[in-house]
Design a protein around this ligand. Structure first.
Ligand code: ADP
Length: 192
């Protein structure tokens, strides 16, 4: 059975991108590339770039594209060649346009939006392991949610108009969401 090998997961903080992303990647046999995780690792290493990245992340803001490129460019293009579940990039209309333009040889096959409402998103972020992430307090979570609604949601139309977007209700428990995602990919693989 052929299933999609280059997927992008999109959703607000707390949508379950990382939980579902790793499950999906394991079931597809491809890596899960979370740009947030890659950036956090850069911050943890304390490199000069990481120190700059950390300032944006702690404020709940997006890392500017010029800085993002230092950290991600290489990993992204090799991941796309091999198949990947992407989580976190692209996340603005501008990033999506550049992504499609520059990586046109390996386009995304599917974009899946994990839709969750604001209160579910904030509740889940605040319920994460305390101290695990520097950007998980309520004020920063709400700032990230605002950034998502303003800067990421407009990108969804870009993918919708290209026939790539599917939306899954991410408000439900993780097993139900995972089952829906699996069914969606199997239906696609059958050409339904
Ligand atoms: P969440 O989706 O829960 O906010 P992520 O781990 O995906 O968590 O991202 C955490 C932070 O990493 C974001 O708030 C942002 O600062 C930075 N980041 C991740 N991906 C990108 C991106 N594509 N462009 C700019 N900043 C990004």
């Amino acid at each position: 059975m052929r299933v999609t090998a280059r997927l992008l997961l999109v959703g607000p903080p707390g949508a379950g991108k990382s939980t579902q992303g790793s499950l999906l990647a394991a079931s597809l046999g491809v890596p899960h590339l979370s740009t947030g995780a890659v950036l956090r690792e850069e911050v943890r290493r304390g490199s000069p770039v990481g120190r700059q990245v950390g300032e944006y992340m702690r404020a709940g803001e997006l890392v500017p594209d010029w800085l993002l490129r230092f950290v991600l460019e290489h990993q992204l293009s090799s991941a796309l060649d091999a198949g990947v579940v992407l989580d976190g990039y692209p996340r603005t209309l501008e990033q999506a346009e550049r992504f499609i333009r520059s990586l046109g040889h390996a386009p995304l096959e599917r974009v899946i939006e994990l839709a969750v409402d604001d209160e579910t998103a904030v509740r889940r972020v605040l319920g994460r392991a305390p101290g695990a992430r520097a950007d998980d307090d309520e004020q920063t979570a709400r700032a990230r949610l605002g950034v998502y609604r303003e800067q990421t949601e407009p990108m969804l139309e870009f993918f919708r108009s290209r026939g790539l977007l599917e939306t899954v209700d991410g408000n439900r428990c993780k097993e139900t969401v995972a089952a829906d995602l699996g069914a969606l990919l199997r239906a696609r693989a059958r050409g339904a």
